[in-house]
Design a protein around this ligand. Sequence first.
Ligand SMILES: CC(=O)N[C@H]1[C@@H](OP(=O)(O)OP(=O)(O)OC[C@H]2O[C@@H](n3ccc(=O)[nH]c3=O)[C@H](O)[C@@H]2O)O[C@H](CO)[C@@H](O)[C@@H]1O[C@H](C)C(=O)N[C@@H](C)C(=O)N[C@H](CCC(=O)O)C(=O)O
Ligand SMILES: Nc1ncnc2c1ncn2[C@@H]1O[C@H](COP(=O)(O)OP(=O)(O)OP(=O)(O)O)[C@@H](O)[C@H]1O
Length: 514
Amino acid sequence: MALSLNACILLLKEHHLLKSSAVQSDISVEMTGIAYDSRKVSGPTLFFCKGAHFRPIYLSMAKDNGATTYVAEKPFVEGNGLNALIVTNITKAMAILSAAFYDFPQDDLVITAYTGTKGKTTAAYFNRGILEEAYPKHVALFSTIDRVLGPNPDQRFKSDLTTPESLDLFHDMREAVDNGMTHLVMEVSSQAYLRNRVFGLTYDIGFFLNITPDHIGPNEHPNFANYLHNKMQLLVNARKVVINAETDHFDEVYAAATTTTYPDSIYLFASTDFEPARDDIQIDFRFESTEADTATSKFTVIPVTDKAAELNVGGHYSLSLIGDFNESNATAAIIGAGLAGVDAASAVPGIAKIKIPGRMESLAVSEHGTVYVDYAHNYASMKALLSFIEKEYNKPRILVVVGSPGDKGVSRRAGFAKVLTEYANVAYLTTDDPGFEDPADIIDEIDRDIDHDKVEVHKVLDRREAIEAAIKASGSNDIVVVAGKGADPYQKVRGVDTPWPTDMVVVTEIAESL
Ligand SMILES: CC(=O)N[C@H]1[C@@H](OP(=O)(O)OP(=O)(O)OC[C@H]2O[C@@H](n3ccc(=O)[nH]c3=O)[C@H](O)[C@@H]2O)O[C@H](CO)[C@@H](O)[C@@H]1O[C@H](C)C(=O)N[C@@H](C)C(=O)N[C@H](CCC(=O)O)C(=O)O
Ligand SMILES: Nc1ncnc2c1ncn2[C@@H]1O[C@H](COP(=O)(O)OP(=O)(O)OP(=O)(O)O)[C@@H](O)[C@H]1O
């Protein structure tokens, strides 16, 4: 892969991003490397000076390691002697130049993208499962949990971000294409739009699952309007659009979709119980629960409109992942697969076997209750989870182990207090990624808003001890919910990812020791 200085200048001008340039070398000279991290520079490289914690010394280091051109929002003396491209927006410039450096890999992939406050990972996993049934070993995945760039085990690795930085995104797409991938299913966070990680990228199919207040605070979105605005950007960058008609703020979301997409390429889905508030829209797909037990969910997808019927994905489905909210996620995945040309013959077996690390994993503990480990980590997802358990198990005694992260999502703390008061009998408040905050303070903040007449609260800082105490306190008909971390293999403590065996491993170890 390579990109000439001349091509960089032309691209930046075309996108109205170039403020000025200082050219020190032959303009046709090619750069064979691209990086935003000085530690990754080797040989003639295009280097981006970006980020809240960027320090000019990184540019000196990049220069020492062979960088020949830097891109920044202002000139740096440390860059003297290098070609300088001064731009109006560094993250947009990085996205445009990265796509070109990796030779536009998106053009060789059918891309399906999911956004929503909750359900992105689940729907993406389901969608990939169906596509893999139809196109085995040809479907890449960019998810919060992992990135799959090829069919071999060494082409699958853990994700650091839900949606990677643009440079990493286009790098990974290129690798996926070179590994023979024809399809990509990806999650797109609102943060990805806020930070221009997907600037200039068009998806073949874009999904809007739902929106509830979350990710608002330092380092994330300044307010809900900004969160919603960024989430809706996915819709104006997709050729075909699918919207969950049950989402909050439907009117704004639908209006965003119609700004760039004709109604015949916009699909709506909802459960059979749902009555739309307006009569000028038609729901294309309905889904209906038919049966559920504690191991499987069964439901039917019903095409309602002619354009929905053309996709041939109507029928009866079964999931290995319980939770009524997962039937909504699965319906989204099934429609996504249909739009990518797959019919029910592949969709039914493709989705049936999918399990997702840290999502509704369960273990029945002898002489104690059934334990669920789940990634629910805000009010809406915890409510979806606990209300499902309350209904499915006919109002069992519910013991919940939960904490809330430090340095972000501060609104989640009050949300947990509310949902615990609504559904839990016993709460074990514990540590979850405290970052630079004191976990005891976070616990106190959650505890403050809990109604203690309704919930018995225990504060147990050590997460393993909290899980153990909850399991030991549970009786055979009780349900223990260990929430918030899913399959996270670490606790973020003071800037360090401290290894954590994962909640399910801890639950299993405790169960075996009893
Ligand atoms: C607020 C935010 O999103 N920040 C992201 C952003 O940081 P940044 O651009 O400010 O960069 P920085 O960390 O200040 O680093 C400065 C620069 O110095 C460079 N550097 C550093 C050291 C060195 O020796 N040499 C060097 O060149 C670094 O490579 C970097 O380019 O770019 C970094 C990668 O370059 C990300 O790791 C970082 O994500 C932080 C850790 C984060 O927590 N992000 C969260 C909020 C996030 O993005 N979450 C969403 C999911 C939300 C959801 O669940 O819906 C996501 O998509 O994951
Ligand atoms: N459609 C939904 N509505 C409400 N809650 C949901 C829905 N789907 C999943 N959940 C809950 O949210 C949790 C996280 O689900 P998932 O990982 O699929 O969402 P996500 O959008 O990828 O989340 P995040 O952005 O936090 O990574 C699940 O473990 C479940 O408890």
